[in-house]
Each structure stands twice: as C-alpha cells, then as structure tokens.
Design a protein around this ligand. Structure first.
Ligand code: AMP
Length: 298
C-alpha cells in the first residue's frame, strides 16, 4: 500500500485514504442513486464485523467500511500498541464481502495539529465500561461523529457486543440531530458461546477455554430471571460464581443494567441487559445479553 495517493481501485473495491477521496466516491454513488451504508471498525476483521457488512449490503447500496485503530479511545495503560493490524487480510475479507469502499485514514488526518473538540455523551457512558475506562467513550463518540461527518451515510451499523457503545452513539445521533439511522446487529459467537472479538487473539489456550465463562454466566443470569429472580444482586451473584469458578481472573463488573440508560438496576421490572467485563490474562473481555422481562415484573 506504500506510495499510493488518495485512493486506488482494487478489483472493484475502492481503498480511500483521504477525506476528499471518500467524499468524492460517496458523492458519485449518490448521484448514481445508491444509498450509503457504513460499518466503522478498528480492523482485525472477524465474522462479527462481517455480519455488520452483510447487514449493510443490499441492492442499490454503497457499502463503506472504515478501519481505524482510534488512539483516543485507549487509556494510557491499554493495548493500543499491541492491537492487531492485519491490514492485507482485512482488505481481502472486505473484497470477498463486496465492500465498495474501505476508508483507511492515517491518524494525522483524523487528529490534525490543533484538534481540540470532544463529543461527550453524559449519563449512558457513566457506568459499566465508562467507570473502568476513563475517557474511553469520549474517544469513541468523538471519532464516530467525525467518521459520520466524513462518510455521511444513510445508515451506520454497530454490534450489540458493545451495547454501551451502541447506546452512547444512538444518544449522540439523537441529541445532535445527525441525519443517520443507527442499526444495532446481534452478537456473533464461537460455537461455545464466546463472543467474537479482535482481543480474543490475546488469549492463550487455557485462557481461551476459561473465557467461555462470560457467556455461561450471562446464560445463567438469564436463567435465574426466567425462574423468577427479580433482585439484581441475586442475578449478579449467580453470574459472578460462574466467572470466578472458571479460573483466575479480575472482574471489572457484573451488572444488570437498564438498556436505554445503561444504569444499574436494583429490582428487575422490565427489559434489562446483563453485562460483564472480565480480565483474563492480558485480555479484557466484555459481553452482554439483553433479557426481555415483562414490564409488570411478572
Ligand atoms: P471494533 O473493531 O471492535 O471497534 O468493532 C467494530 C464493530 O463491530 C462494533 O460496532 C462492534 O460492536 C462490532 N462487533 C465486534 N464484535 C462483534 C461480534 N462478535 N458480533 C457482532 N458485532 C461485533
């Protein structure tokens, strides 16, 4: 990829590096009557990402994928440097999924000298990951606002896997009247339940087995609710036990949250999201499960 300028055609797929290249390709697609469907990612693409691409794809649609490891959403002691960047394999996957345009911005193009604006979504970002990763969601909402302004899609696709992120982005788009629809797609899992994540690559063999405990805990929590448990502490106790019994780990949180606000719930009396974040070895893994509970608490 070295040496190319604003864009290259690559077997029908456009690889755009500059904002101008993306804007002109998108404008051309619009003139041709196509709607614009956008999947922002940090790369190291897996079936979870590709499920978003497949949801984005369709007749008369122009599908844009961005690959950008956004430095501002990583804390100082987090994995920015180690984060996997298999760019050639990612491009191959995009090509195989008939993506129309891959946007690969350099960091300096997104954060040029003098950049000093932050998009902060309050409330939704306070709890769960927001409490454990200071500044993380500001990094996310700021870069997503920028990417939405650059690509100007009709629909942008996000994974339920990152439920709090999706909630924050939904809130931002509503609060700022951004002219885009947000689609949230179901979590894609390994056969044993582990949610696909680029960070699963950090797990050793034994840790990978242990990591099944996150989804097992979510299912156990769901089961407790199905059997009538309405005390959130009762549900989280069951979930914690599953995670702790699986092996050595550090639990960041095990929570029952209200889906729209991501606030912790005390008494379960309507739909909730069960959410966990656990450090196993070098990997910090998150997962969640929406549970539909009748609003009467029944
Ligand atoms: P990331 O590259 O981790 O920033 O993720 C890019 C998008 O893919 C986000 O909207 C994620 O929520 C989504 N995503 C990540 N993992 C999964 C998965 N296992 N299933 C569905 N979507 C996912």
């Amino acid at each position: 990829l070295a040496g190319w300028g604003g864009w290259v055609y690559d077997g029908g797929m456009i690889i755009g590096k500059t904002i101008e290249a993306v804007r002109s390709a998108v404008a051309e697609a619009r003139v041709a009557g196509r709607s614009i469907h956008f999947v922002p990612t940090m790369g190291a693409l897996h079936e979870g990402h590709l499920s978003l691409v497949r949801a984005a794809r369709g007749p008369g649609r122009f599908v844009v994928v961005s690959i950008f490891v956004n430095p501002t959403q990583f804390g100082p002691n987090e994995d920015l440097a180690q984060y996997p960047r298999p760019i050639e394999a990612d491009l191959e996957k995009c090509r195989a999924e008939d993506v129309d345009l891959v946007y690969l911005p350099p960091v300096e193009a997104i954060y040029p000298e003098g950049f000093c604006t932050t998009v902060h979504v309050a409330g939704v970002t306070e709890h769960l990951c927001g409490a454990h990763r200071p500044g993380h969601f500001d990094g996310v909402t700021t870069v997503v606002a920028k990417l939405l302004n650059i690509v100007q899609p009709d629909v942008a696709y996000f994974g339920q896997k990152d439920a709090q992120q999706a909630a924050a982005i939904g809130r931002m788009v509503a609060d700022l009247n951004m002219p885009v629809s947000i689609a949230v797609c179901p979590t894609v899992r390994e056969p044993d339940g582990l949610a696909l994540s680029s960070r699963n690559a950090y797990l050793g063999e034994a840790e990978r087995k242990q990591a099944r405990s996150l989804y097992a805990a979510l299912r156990a929590g769901e089961d407790a609710i199905a059997h009538g448990e309405r005390d959130a502490a009762g549900v989280t106790a069951v979930m914690r036990r599953h995670i702790e019994q699986a092996g050595p780990c550090r639990i960041d949180y095990v929570e029952v949250a209200e889906p729209a606000t991501m606030r912790p719930v005390v008494r379960i009396a309507g739909p909730v999201v069960l959410a966990v974040a656990v450090r196993i070895g070098d990997a910090r893994l998150i997962d969640n499960l929406p549970v539909d509970v009748p609003a009467d608490g029944g």
